[in-house]
Design a binder for this molecule. Structure first.
Ligand code: ATP
Ligand code: MG
Length: 249
């Protein structure tokens, strides 16, 4: 199954998806995809990244003759990309990266698309951390999502942005199984989703909404280093654990 995270900039997509990935990886091998060219999912997971799809693309552009005559370019690229997978504990991380120089993203996106098709079937669960906005979704890079998770800040404006992203997924004909709205950074004084935000989300058709509280443990972790390290049992961890169990069932 494919679980994809989307949302506007800085709402907590990578922080939350990294913890969802770690929780899933306690039980099985997970394919994690960092589809953000300004990638930092590896840092958040504590996995060192050696290669990216962008670097494969650069190699091919620098030396087009490196493709052996015996196999198709597509197969060759897929093999190369497979070699760039970074490994963590029960986590295979695929990083999109970016082309160097003026290169356009289309080529990297095309590679990503064919790699998705090649690799996703090998794993029971794939988790994709997208860049802000819906670039990949609007370009059809991501074939489908069994669960599309929209992350929002705890504001009406944020909920409306999430609803627009959801509508965009429909417009481009993306196959979506389930949509889950995650309202992140909810003040700790609230128990669950604040009523006005739930009402707005329901009005806009996002009927499944969950709250993830603002948690100083996340702030402390971000001050101490790039890897997200939060104590088990802190409010953020509890909420993310419940989210994971709900979306990956
Ligand atoms: N529940 C939370 N409590 C406290 N801090 C949080 C919480 N969620 C996220 N943050 C902080 O918010 C910041 C942005 O988070 P993150 O990088 O995950 O967002 P993003 O949506 O992936 O951003 P981008 O669009 O740039 O990829 C980080 O510094 C993170 O530590
Ligand atoms: Mg991010």
């Amino acid at each position: 199954m494919i679980i994809a995270f989307a949302g506007k900039g800085g709402v907590g997509k990578s922080t939350i998806s990294s913890q969802v990935i770690k929780r899933l990886a306690e039980k099985e091998l997970v394919l994690a995809v960092d589809a953000d060219p300004n990638s930092n999912l590896g840092d958040k997971l504590g996995i060192q990244v050696f290669g990216t799809i962008g670097s494969v693309r650069n190699e091919l552009v620098d030396d087009p003759d490196s493709v052996p005559a015996s196999i198709s370019k597509q197969e060759y690229i897929a093999t190369k990309v497979m070699q760039t997978l970074s490994e963590g504990d029960n986590i295979d991380l695929l990083v999109m990266g970016r082309p160097e120089g003026k290169g356009c993203y289309c080529y990297v996106n095309d590679i990503l698309k064919s790699c998705f098709q090649e690799m996703i079937p090998r794993y029971r669960v794939t988790v994709v951390d997208n860049e802000a906005g819906m670039e990949h979704i609007s370009r059809g890079v991501l074939p489908k999502a069994d669960v599309l998770v929209f992350v929002s800040d705890p504001t009406v404006t944020g909920i409306r942005t999430a609803a627009r992203l959801s509508a965009l997924a429909d417009e481009i004909g993306m196959e979506v199984g389930r949509r889950v709205l995650v309202i992140n950074n909810v003040p700790a004084s609230y128990d669950g989703v604040p009523a006005p935000l739930r009402e707005e989300a329901e009005r806009l058709g996002l009927t499944e909404a969950v709250a993830v509280p603002h948690d100083d443990a996340v702030t402390e972790s971000a001050m101490a280093g790039e890897e997200v390290r939060v104590p088990e049992g802190c409010p953020f961890s509890v909420a993310v654990a419940a989210l994971t169990d709900s979306i990956a069932r």
